[in-house]
Design a protein around this ligand. Structure first.
Ligand SMILES: C=C(O[C@@H]1C=C(C(=O)O)C=C[C@H]1O)C(=O)O
Length: 101
């Protein structure tokens, strides 16, 4: 089953890349959260989310990925981001990040 091992090795690489990309994304969303907290802006921006969902759904179709899955993934991530922004607005760091240390 060397074919299976080879395919799984590529899956492992992709999963590692996704973790690194998510970590980078959260670094930037934390910067946004700090700016929002400093300027008294609300944690969520529903208009921005709507625009991103439309954009990501189009990208997903082009990439032959289920657009409903792309939207579900985005909403899952954004829910966590907004939670972090609420915590920053309340003067706390986000859980599980360097802010907590
Ligand atoms: C990162 C932001 O905060 C929230 C999170 C978003 C995201 O993770 O893409 C988008 C909109 C906001 O609800 C932002 O306002 O840009």
């Amino acid at each position: 089953m060397s074919e299976l091992l080879g395919i799984r090795s590529s899956i492992d690489n992709i999963d590692a890349a996704l973790i690194h990309l998510l970590a980078e994304r959260f670094k930037f969303t934390q910067q946004v959260g700090r700016l929002k907290a400093t300027h008294g802006l609300p944690p969520s921006d529903p208009d921005r989310e709507r625009r991103q969902i439309a954009r990501l759904r189009n990208l997903a179709v082009d990439a032959h990925l289920d657009p409903a899955f792309a939207e579900k993934w985005f909403n899952f991530v954004v829910d966590e981001v907004i939670q972090h922004h609420v915590e920053l607005a309340n003067g706390a760091g986000a859980p599980g990040t360097a802010d907590e240390l």
